[in-house]
Design a protein. Structure first.
Length: 102
């Protein structure tokens, strides 16, 4: 992981029709449980996934309105469509991704 500017993040989001941002901290146990499942889902659904460690990128917290971790955000054509915290329902997320790809 490395520092990421807001502009770089916005460019990355804009480069994907459907994009997932996953905000985490190294010290977060739930983050480590969700991440492999989210990576697998993103690969299965063929959508972009960007994992952002807020320890390395604290400046993105305010810009993305993320004040706790984990947080998963889904973007469609550059616009936020879905945001969820620690109680991520992977079935619901998969359904949302399917709808966006239709």
């Amino acid at each position: 992981m490395s520092q990421l500017s807001e502009q770089e993040l916005n460019n990355w989001i804009g480069g994907h029709e459907v994009a997932i941002l996953y905000f985490k901290l190294e010290s977060c146990g739930v983050c480590h449980v969700h991440l492999p499942k989210l990576q697998s889902l993103a690969e299965e659904m063929k959508v972009g996934l960007k994992v952002i460690d807020l320890q390395e990128n604290p400046h993105l917290s305010g810009a993305q309105m993320v004040f706790t971790v984990p947080v998963t955000k889904v973007f469609y054509q550059g616009r936020e469509q879905y945001k969820e915290g620690a109680y991520l329902d992977f079935t619901k997320l998969k359904n949302i991704l399917n709808q966006l790809r239709e």
